[in-house]
Design a protein around this ligand. Structure first.
Ligand SMILES: Nc1ncnc2c1ncn2[C@@H]1O[C@H](COP(=O)(O)OP(=O)(O)OP(=O)(O)O)[C@@H](O)[C@H]1O
Ligand SMILES: [Mg+2]
Length: 232
């Protein structure tokens, strides 16, 4: 029979597998879009060395992100590994780069406005993971909004008093009051088609609270606005 500690560890490993497979969906999708791109460009006779190199670089970067994501999750089991100073701006740009093929394929515009460059102590990749989740959710919300012909995601970074404020806004339909209190719960999802498992926001909140000692909340404006408040 397994001891409680062993069972606890198995549960954590199981949860980790679920988390990693959630976090790998986006980069895997990214790689398949890039490969399709290479294939189609070659068949149309438009392939150049520069184009090829560009796409191969993007694939390599995506694979590197996937590797880093596994390492970050292993850190949950051995949390001693040290944090580093990184630029929040870099983390946002990375998340945009990794979601760009998907956003382009769905005619969604994304813009990033930062008041300044801001350094922060933590793990850059973990913030990137959260941003990818928020961008993905915004994309899903926008795709449900059939009448919207100018689908847009806006990311904003600024200093406010003792905090850095990082906002991810979309111009979709927003989040109804009825479900607002539930969206950060594990396994809460309004995506009926089994596509969503309701883990994205749960994991985001976990990373933001436990790893960054910060907070995340949501409001509606034009669409949904997710705000991450990072204490300075
Ligand atoms: N930008 C948004 N606009 C409108 N609703 C949103 C937005 N982001 C999240 N939601 C709502 O919150 C729910 C939970 O989001 P979450 O990311 O946790 O799960 P999911 O996207 O449904 O599934 P998963 O992320 O596991 O694939 C969504 O199903 C959706 O109803
Ligand atoms: Mg999600």
């Amino acid at each position: 029979m397994k001891s409680d500690i062993e069972l606890g560890r198995l549960a954590t490993v199981g949860e980790m597998m679920g988390n990693i497979s959630h976090q790998w969906k986006q980069p895997l999708n990214n790689i398949s879009l890039l490969v399709l791109n290479i294939d189609q460009t070659y068949r149309k006779g438009n392939m150049t060395l520069e184009y090829m190199e560009d796409k191969v670089d993007a694939i390599e970067e995506t694979i590197e992100y996937m590797t880093q994501t596994i390492e970050d999750f292993s850190d949950y089991l051995s949390p001693k590994r040290s944090k580093q100073n990184f630029y929040i701006n870099d983390s946002v740009e990375k998340a945009m780069e990794l979601t760009m093929p998907m956003l382009n394929a769905n005619a969604i515009d994304i813009v990033f406005y930062a008041e300044d460059d801001y350094e922060y102590l933590g793990r850059k990749n973990e913030l990137t993971q959260v941003l990818i989740i928020l961008i993905n959710n915004a994309k899903e919300a926008l795709m449900k909004d059939a009448k919207n012909t100018t689908k847009q995601i806006m990311i904003q970074l600024e200093e406010e008093g003792q905090d850095l404020i990082l906002k991810v806004k979309d111009n979709g339909l927003g989040i109804s009051e009825k479900i607002k209190d539930k969206i950060f719960d594990a396994y809460f999802s309004t995506n009926e088609n089994q596509k969503g498992r309701g883990l994205g926001l749960y994991m985001s909140k976990k990373i933001i609270v436990e790893r960054f000692r910060a907070s995340i909340f949501v409001k509606n404006d034009e669409g949904a606005i997710f705000t991450i408040k990072l204490p300075l």
